[in-house]
Write a protein that binds this ligand. Structure first.
Ligand SMILES: *Cc1c(COP(=O)(O)O)cnc(C)c1O
Length: 219
């Protein structure tokens, strides 16, 4: 099937309240344009340099989401245009985003990434770190970031019960966070292999790559 057909199939299988991020990392501009022509406007990338090049080359009504692990020294390259940063996993990173947001006179939307998987290779905050960030005095004074919600990745496993359990735990953390931050609207969970479970467990944003663009070849 073509990219446009894949996209249509997925778009019709997810409910209206769930936002689809088309994860285009490693894919050439032509592939993104094909998705764009089929109506897709939100793309997710995991490397700042690659995302910046694509932003320069592609239509300017595309919303660019940074979904990967992010180094602080890279924030400045995308601060001007990024629409949502999914992987904020430290206070130092959040402070840098705030600083770069101020330089560009804008408020940058962010998701805090939680560690919910069993593997310890996946990045993310634990509950104590989350609590420490959102209750700190520094956090309350930040003017150029806005926390929209949480992001998490489940363990890469065929065990659906485990995936479900991990997404449930993220949803619970999200609910609790709403007591401190009442304006949250985004729970980013679910990829090609597990987005149906994620949606059942309350996801409002899915990040789907290979089911749209085909498998990735890393060189
Ligand atoms: C690559 C990636 C995805 C998309 O993965 P697929 O399995 O290709 O859908 C989603 N989220 C993050 C954080 C990723 O790095």
């Amino acid at each position: 099937m073509s990219i446009a057909e894949n996209l249509k199939k997925i778009a019709t299988s997810i409910p209206k309240h769930v936002t689809l991020v088309a994860v285009s990392k490693t894919k050439p501009n032509e592939d993104l344009l094909e998705a764009y022509k089929a109506g897709q406007r939100i793309f997710g990338e995991n490397k700042v340099q690659e995302m910046t090049k694509k932003w320069e080359a592609l239509p300017n009504d595309i919303e660019w989401h940074m979904i990967g692990h992010l180094q602080r020294n890279k924030v400045k390259y995308m601060a001007e245009f990024v629409s949502l940063i999914h992987g904020v996993d430290s206070f130092r990173l959040l402070k840098e985003i705030d600083k770069q947001g101020a330089k560009h006179n804008r408020v940058i939307s962010c998701l805090l990434q939680m560690h919910i998987a069993e593997e310890d290779t996946k990045f993310g905050l634990d509950k104590e770190e989350l609590h420490a960030i959102v209750n700190s005095d520094d956090f309350k004074t930040m003017q150029n970031i806005e926390i929209k919600g949480l992001m998490g990745m489940a363990t890469l496993t065929n065990n659906e019960d485990q995936i479900r359990k991990e997404f449930k735990s993220l949803k619970t953390i999200y609910h609790n966070l709403e007591k401190t931050l009442p304006n949250l609207d985004t729970l980013s969970m679910g990829m090609s292999g597990d987005f149906k479970i994620a949606i059942k467990e309350g996801s409002t944003m899915v990040r789907i790559g290979s089911s749209i663009f085909g498998s990735r070849n890393y060189s």
